[in-house]
Design a protein around this ligand. Structure first.
Ligand SMILES: Nc1ncnc2c1ncn2[C@@H]1O[C@H](COP(=O)(O)OP(=O)(O)O)[C@@H](O)[C@H]1O
Ligand SMILES: [Mg+2]
Length: 251
């Protein structure tokens, strides 16, 4: 469980988090939405102490975020995926995935490589291990970033506008991937300012001016998983039609 108890934070005179109390139970998917500048990213970044809070408390699975001396353990529990994929441009996909496990955790290279290849398989791009980030599409880069966030097998996933740079089909695929990660039991908090992304969540928390404006179950939830199945089927049908006509693709 992730719990905020009367959390306040300022940036100078700006009251960026204003008395935030919020509980996210194990296994939930919660979307935090709201206009630009409402404090969404700051709220997320406080969870793994990328930002410090002024008062109140944040507790992650029994660990007090402000109080813990073991920040590495806390962060290992919490995977993060950002809008800008934040891959190292000078490292191959494989090296992006093995850097932290080998350098920080001291895992033997062969083990880190095997784990990375398994993760690349799970995000659907095992053939891209040797590629450079710049050679990948935005959606593929985000898949690598998701694989990287899974390296520690975290219990929680935090995503900040993770589909903000992607076209709508690719965005659905990435959302479907988060849905699968949730099905595996991971608790997910997704930040977005896009209503169509929010529509996928079972629960929607709206922030405004650093305050929680509403916290509601989403009766009209649509499943990204179901929608990508449709897209996939359409794509396959289009490919088959093209093959039947003896052309490479149908415009
Ligand atoms: N490191 C910082 N220093 C000063 N102000 C910041 C910092 N980070 C964010 N802010 C300000 O805090 C407010 C909320 O930012 P943010 O949490 O990024 O909002 P959102 O993600 O909802 O767009 C904005 O006004 C932003 O300019
Ligand atoms: Mg933001």
């Amino acid at each position: 469980m992730i719990e905020f108890r009367q959390v306040h934070k300022h940036f100078g005179a700006l009251h960026v988090l204003d008395d935030i109390s919020l509980r996210v139970a194990a296994g939930e998917v919660v979307v935090i939405c709201g206009p630009s500048g409402s404090g969404k990213s700051t709220l997320l970044r406080c969870i793994n102490r990328l930002e410090q809070i002024d008062s109140g408390e944040i507790v992650v699975d029994g660990i007090s975020v402000a109080g813990t001396r073991d920040i590495a353990r806390l962060r290992a529990e919490v995977g993060m995926v950002f809008q800008r994929f934040n891959l190292y441009p000078h490292l191959s996909v494989l090296d992006n995935l093995t850097l932290a496990p080998t350098k920080v955790r001291g895992l033997p290279k062969a083990k880190a490589v095997a784990a990375a290849m398994e993760l690349l398989g799970r995000v659907g791009i095992p053939e891209k291990a040797a590629a450079w980030p710049a050679q990948l599409s935005g959606g593929q880069q985000q898949r690598v970033a998701i694989a990287r966030s899974l390296v520690n097998n975290p219990y929680f996933m935090l995503t900040d506008e993770a589909t903000g740079n992607l076209d709508s089909v690719t965005s659905e695929e990435i959302l479907a991937m988060f849905e699968r990660l949730n099905d595996e039991g991971r608790t997910i908090i997704m930040v977005t300012h896009e209503d169509d992304v929010a529509a996928h969540a079972k629960r929607i928390v709206r922030l405004k001016d650093g305050m929680i404006q509403s916290d509601k179950l989403n009766e009209h939830r649509v499943s990204a998983l179901a929608r990508t199945k449709v897209h996939g089927a359409e794509l396959q049908a289009a490919e088959e039609a093209a093959a039947a006509m003896g052309v490479a693709e149908v415009a």
